[in-house]
Design a binder for this molecule. Structure first.
Ligand SMILES: *[C@@H]1O[C@H](CO)[C@@H](O)[C@H](O)[C@H]1NC(C)=O
Ligand SMILES: *[C@@H]1O[C@H](CO)[C@@H](O)[C@H](O)[C@H]1NC(C)=O
Length: 312
């Protein structure tokens, strides 16, 4: 969650490329372990319905980036590593970003407000795959968890072949579903200020989830949680829920006056239980070895990639 957007120094393209090369190395060291099992059936016939045109259509991806006042120069490096490049949709909350790509929305909530606006407005015409993220992923906050999450997701969607085998949802799983989670104050890393958060309609997280997302917690309990609002999801998984579901989630954002609100932290923890797979206990699933490698990698090994003092 980015309550206070960073003003810190930012990362030159060369360093972004270094990170990407490093991840390529990680990937080659840890190939997808059980990708084959989760592949969706691919039609290889040449009939009108099963031909190449249809296959490439299913690999189309939108990259939805929600910003507030961040330096966006990193986007180019990320997009350059996805083939063919995704359609970039830059959603700018408020007026602080001066970029021709901006599709402006009100400055409410944090990145989830942009994600929900995109889903609600495009519910009938979503891309086969949408990758969602905030606009400041290259920061050291919370032990580089956004950085780790971004590289995990990118590694699952950066080629046509991988997108054609897309399992419906990918995000870096960071913990089990925690129904007792709650938060009253938030310490913003960028400027050290602590804000009191506007409270949600119900609490803690588990009760809120049952009321706003899904009454039955059994899938949430096995899917777990991701972090930082960085994930890719298929149109089919999004449409498991009707548009009213996303409007209800957006109400949780709009009932609070500013950007500092507890439900944002709940929503950040809801994407994976909402969209993610329920894997049998002990199974990491597709990209499990890469996830482990990324989670083990030392944030402190990348001092030049993450300039000290960069905000979250
Ligand atoms: C944004 O970041 C890039 C790359 O680090 C840097 O060259 C540029 O000066 C920054 N722009 C602003 C307005 O800070
Ligand atoms: C919750 O969902 C699980 C799995 O779909 C099902 O087995 C279980 O009976 C459900 N529980 C209730 C209380 O409906």
């Amino acid at each position: 969650m980015h309550w206070t957007r960073g003003r810190g120094r930012h990362v030159p393209l060369a360093l972004v490329l270094f990170v990407v090369l490093f991840c390529g190395l990680l990937l080659s060291m840890f190939p997808d372990d059980d990708q084959g099992e989760l592949r969706t059936p691919v039609h290889s016939g040449s009939s009108a319905e099963g031909g190449p045109a249809r296959l490439s259509a299913s690999a189309v991806m939108d990259l939805v980036i929600v910003g507030f006042r961040e330096n966006l120069s990193w986007i180019e490096g990320v997009v350059a590593n996805i083939t063919p490049p995704p359609r970039v949709k830059l959603i700018c909350k408020g007026e602080l970003i001066n970029d021709q790509r901006c599709q402006r929305i009100e400055n409410r909530g944090t990145e989830e407000f942009g994600f929900l606006s995109h889903i609600i407005e495009n519910y009938e015409k979503l891309a086969p795959i949408t990758m969602f993220m905030g606009a400041n992923p290259l920061n050291t906050a919370f032990d580089c968890i956004a950085w780790r999450s971004l590289h995990y997701v990118l590694a699952q969607v950066d080629t046509v072949q991988k997108r054609m085998a897309f399992p419906g949802f990918v995000a870096l799983r960071v913990s089990g579903f925690d129904p007792d989670f709650d938060v009253w104050h938030y310490h913003a890393h960028a400027d050290g200020e602590t804000s009191k958060l506007c409270r949600p309609s119900v609490s803690p997280f588990g009760e809120w989830y049952q009321r706003v997302v899904e009454r039955n917690l059994s899938k949430a309990a096995c899917a777990g949680q991701s972090s930082s609002g960085i994930f890719a999801v298929s149109a089919g998984q999004i449409r498991r829920y009707g548009v009213a579901h996303y409007e209800r989630l957006r109400e949780e954002v709009l009932r609070c006056p500013g950007n500092a609100f507890t439900a944002g932290h709940y929503i950040e923890r809801s994407w994976m239980p909402m969209f993610g797979p329920c894997l049998p206990a002990g199974r990491a699933g597709r990209g499990g070895a890469l996830a482990e490698a990324l989670l083990r990698a030392d944030c402190g090994l990348f001092p030049s990639v993450f300039p000290p003092g960069s905000g979250e």
